[in-house]
Design a protein around this ligand. Sequence first.
Ligand SMILES: [Zn+2]
Length: 396
Amino acid sequence: MKAVIFVLIFFCFHRSFAQSDTILQHREKVLNGITQGQLPYLKYGPGIDRLGGAKMTYLDTAIVLQVVDSLRDDYIVRLSQNHHAFIPKENVMLCGDIKRNNYCLTSSWGVFGDEKQDYVTIGLDERLPYQSMQLIEPSRIVIDIYGATGNTNWITQLKSAKEIKNVYHEQIEDKVFRVTIELKHKQNWGYSIKYKNRSLIVAIKHQPDRLSIRHLKIAIDAGHGGENSGAIGVKSGIQEKIRNLQIAKYLENFLKRSGSVVYLTRNDDIDLSMADRTLILQEMNPDLLISIHHNASSNPNVRGVSTYYRYIGFKPLSVAVLERLKGLGLNDFGNIGSFNFSLSGPTEYPNCLVEVAFMSNEDDEKLINNPHFQKDVAKKIRQGVNDWIRTARRDH
Ligand SMILES: [Zn+2]
């Protein structure tokens, strides 16, 4: 009897292994690809809505990916045994014959700084994909490197690093290597993640030395433009792009009077894609960004002001701006987080999207078309930015 059971168990095990082997073999048909083009990015899945699929992260170019499948305009890539992501096909060049090692190891790190930024450099065997998160209280940047196995045996830390308090790592699961960077200041002033050859370089902006509005470089993005008019006023037919630019120019004026250096992504009624805006902003390298839009809803009764952020570390700016704007007697439509808006995606600088009021609501529209109101909006945004800077100074 025992022998029969043993044979049965053996047979079952053997069968299930044989089956899973075929599944594995089938799924092992992996193509190699490398990221290419402007602003490649990963998405969590196949979701599509008016903001596009939910973005995980922007990626550097020439990063090696394992392409396991495709769906519509995306490839599905395997990040690790338990993690997959989607990436637009145009961002991947397939190259089947790269020889890859089973293990991609991390090597030693360097931590140091210059006048403007601190750096964490992490040696890797290959340019692997990553994703970053911002954590607060205490303020941290956490980066998961997919496909990496820890072989970091020392971290050299130099005193020139001013913003980084601590760095450490953890192999959170097989081939997912987590890097944690603790910051000294409460406010996260932005960071970039890029490769230099095969070293991952995390560049972390210092808190500005002179923390006042007149010493900051502020970028303003007026939404839409050219062929892209945005929302339309329900009664007046006014185009959103016009009102966005008006407020942007008033804000530019007020900020310049306060002594700030100000950049506008557009000064005129021109077409500018989201990618163009992001690249322009990268070039500008501002201390912060304010995006200006006006809202619209299919429900004509919906009205009010709202501000938006994507990353929790940038939330305080959007809260401070909203608090001031509420002083204009507008309804509070809310402070909206995790917002998958293209210009909220970059991690390089704190940013805040303002949706001033609803063009689809008659009462809001009257305000939107009033030049005094437009100026007041710009003033309140400036005051909100100022409040936020003051809070950062207090937390210094
Ligand atoms: Zn808009």
